[in-house]
Design a protein around this ligand. Sequence first.
Ligand SMILES: Nc1ncnc2c1ncn2[C@@H]1O[C@H](COP(=O)(O)OP(=O)(O)O)[C@@H](O)[C@H]1O
Ligand SMILES: [Mg+2]
Length: 240
Amino acid sequence: MLHVNGLTKSFGFGSDKLQVLKGIDLELKKGELVALMGPSGCGKSTLLNIIGGLLPGDGGEIDLNGRKYGKKGPSSVVDVRRELVGWIFQDFHLLNNLSAVDNVAMALELSGVSSNEAEKRAANALEKVGLGDRMHHIPDQLSGGQQQRVAIARAIAGNRPLLLADEPTGNLDIASGKDVLQLFKDLCHDKDDPISILMVTHDPELAANADRMLLLRDGKTEASDIRSAWGLDEEAGEEE
Ligand SMILES: Nc1ncnc2c1ncn2[C@@H]1O[C@H](COP(=O)(O)OP(=O)(O)O)[C@@H](O)[C@H]1O
Ligand SMILES: [Mg+2]
């Protein structure tokens, strides 16, 4: 469902030019949860931003469910942001004064859904993430893990086929982080309505529990396992 081919991106000019992405090739299938790892500053967020239609690439192509872009600026990919991609951030980005259900419903209303319909869909999404009994709580009345699940409900309520999660467990304790990963797996492996998730994480244990791991290194992505993510791939021993 997602194909990225030869994607390049640099920042700055002349001697200040920083070539961050040097020809990224990656693919995500429907129903796949893929973890993206790599050292700080290697371009993970940049890659997500381009896939999510927030930033144009310099070269290469992205094909998301048949929609082709990659070098197009944000104003040319409004549909990608509205219909194809949902976001989950490290710091949740919830509105503090709105209840869980209103946080989710508001995002739908902004994309043109009527208030009644938005509230129904928001309630469904919150049920799906296990917060059916917390709909009318405001963020302050919820734990970090619950707040992140509200953000996940918001991201799935619009029925977008791809979720981009930039360090979604970075502000969570270990147990809540594991819960979020399990929820991601459930959403991707749903029999009736599977989605795909590309998740940046620094946690090798979470990454190892994804369907697949990619390592972003020197501006390119490579398939990875837990050993190479730790920099142990030079050591002896082939493993599956
Ligand atoms: N808008 C920008 N202007 C200039 N440099 C940027 C910009 N965005 C990111 N960078 C640089 O690109 C590199 C990759 O950043 P980023 O994608 O945020 O890395 P990561 O998410 O892997 O930590 C970093 O060196 C960062 O400083
Ligand atoms: Mg980042």
